[in-house]
Design a protein around this ligand. Structure first.
Ligand SMILES: Cc1ncc(COP(=O)(O)O)c(C=O)c1O
Length: 472
């Protein structure tokens, strides 16, 4: 096809949007669930009253069963007492801060960077403005663990100087029986198919993070919202050839000896990506002590289960197995195809221009004989590094929007708010400010191909000067 000259006529392509396509919403399954509940007066009565504070018990049980099947945790099936129902991962992050963090005591919030930027305002609203700090990913394992160790040590020394008497080092706001455990640190991450970097943290690094969190009284909050969307990296393999997905940090915290009552990890799960974001139902998993307390966050004590009506709809889908079938038969095959189409378009049109695909090593699972390995990929995103000599991805994204009606997410969006070093790191020669994130969840295969072609035109033009085109 010819080069894009009639810019205003180009249909908008949004490779920034991290939303599932509406045609993939679990509409029919939800309809069946809602019909079944709302046509029964008894069920309706349950659905439209205030629900139990930690959530609708049958959904907690069904989530526990489903997660046990998906993760096969080394310590055995998950008990529902570890699960509470939430309004989704975002609201739950805010609730975690309400119950387990105190800005007078919790020293810092560490965020793996590039970070899911929309978590930053949640932390700021929680009273942590100015206390967010980025921890870089590393190329191979998903997190620079020595960096984290060093900043934890620094933060402890700073605290010891500011509060020399350990008896004075106590929370000032979150006190009394409603706040039995306030953590000194929060570490926030998306360890599997990360938003934005698409990296998956290695098993070894996950264990190290849990150990470090225990040593420094840190709570590791993981948004595990993409885990269910996994497939083999190899297009020749069938869907079910996918190996087990990585254990969550919460699974490791359960199985590693020496865990405390409240533990050091909490997993935020969500139905947003697999049912539809408007359903506003998710869950959190941690120890029973942690879950009991989180389930009694003030807004749930007053308002009950944060999503009682939707919880019952989602429960119907899970109990009937229709959601699992939807994930298996619709979501994974569709996203899987789009992933290969996008990646092959990138290899064809962008890699020859000097773009690097920078998503780290895929997660590898071995069979029991330890002889064969399956590389597992998934989620919504891929992450690309621009060729050397290009301006920051921010400028590339602006040009793409202005000239090609193409939206892409750029590295500077993923800085940790208020952390000047995060900007320095983003803008360093190999920093994440030189990267763009593309999402395959919103557009069709053909639109993904067109989007990549437009990005190739942008790169050529910006690299070689005004007016150049790659003729596609
Ligand atoms: C890492 C991450 N966390 C949380 C969310 C939002 O989840 P929820 O809709 O459950 O609030 C998203 C959605 O893009 C996400 O990518």
């Amino acid at each position: 096809m010819g080069s894009f000259t009639q810019d205003a006529e180009l249909p908008h392509i949004n490779l920034q949007l991290g939303w599932p396509t509406p045609s993939l919403f679990a509409r029919e399954q939800l309809l069946k669930g809602s019909q079944s509940i709302l046509s029964s007066p008894a069920e309706t009565a349950l659905a439209l009253v205030y629900g139990p504070h930690p959530g609708y018990i049958p959904l907690r049980k069904e989530v526990a069963k489903w997660l046990s099947e998906i993760y096969s945790p080394a310590s055995g099936p998950i008990d529902f007492s570890r699960i509470i129902i939430s309004n989704g991962a975002s609201c739950n992050l805010a609730n975690i801060l309400q119950k387990f963090a105190d800005a007078t005591y919790t020293r810092r919030i560490f965020m793996v960077e590039p970070t899911y930027f929309l978590a930053c305002p949640i932390f700021e609203d929680g009273g942590f403005k100015g206390k967010l700090q980025g921890i870089p990913e590393d190329a191979e394992e998903g997190l620079d663990i020595e960096y984290l160790r060093r900043v934890l040590q620094e933060a402890e020394s700073e605290r010891a100087k500011a509060v020399p008497n350990p008896d004075d080092d106590v929370p000032r706001l979150k006190t009394g029986p409603n706040f039995p455990h306030v953590y000194k640190y929060i570490v926030y991450m998306v360890p599997t198919y990360s938003n934005p970097s698409a990296k998956t943290m290695s098993l070894h690094r996950r264990k190290q993070v849990v150990e470090l969190a225990r040593e420094y009284d840190a709570l590791v909050v993981t948004d595990d919202v993409y885990d269910m969307l996994s497939w083999p990296a190899d297009p020749a393999l069938p869907d079910d050839a996918v190996g087990p997905i990585p254990p969550r940090l919460v699974d490791l915290d359960r199985s590693m000896p020496g865990r405390s009552d409240f533990g050091n990890t909490v997993s935020n799960g969500s139905f947003s990506k697999i049912v539809g974001p408007g359903v506003r139902v998710g869950w959190a998993e941690s120890t029973k002590a942690f879950a009991d307390l989180l389930g009694e966050v003030g807004s749930s004590s007053s308002g009950g289960n944060p999503g009682q009506l939707s919880s019952m709809f989602v429960h119907h889908m899970l109990a009937a197995g229709t959601l699992q079938t939807h994930i298996k038969n619709e979501l994974i095959p569709t996203y899987r195809k789009r992933y290969y189409v996008l990646m092959s378009a990138i290899r064809k049109d962008l890699v020859p221009l000097g773009i690097e695909i920078e998503v780290g090593a895929p997660y590898q699972t071995s069979d029991s004989s330890q002889t064969t390995y399956t590389e597992t990929v998934g989620g919504f995103f891929t992450y690309l590094r621009l060729p050397p000599g290009m301006p920051f991805a921010r400028e590339v994204a602006a040009h793409a929007m202005e000239k090609y009606n193409l939206k892409v997410a750029f590295g500077h969006m993923f800085k940790v708010w208020g952390d000047n070093e995060s900007t320095t790191k983003a803008e360093s020669p190999r920093g994440f400010g030189h990267c763009v994130r593309l999402c395959w969840a919103w557009h069709t295969e053909e639109e993904l191909i067109q989007g990549v072609r437009r990005l190739a035109s942008v790169i050529l033009e910006m690299r070689e000067g005004a007016g150049a085109s790659n003729g596609i």
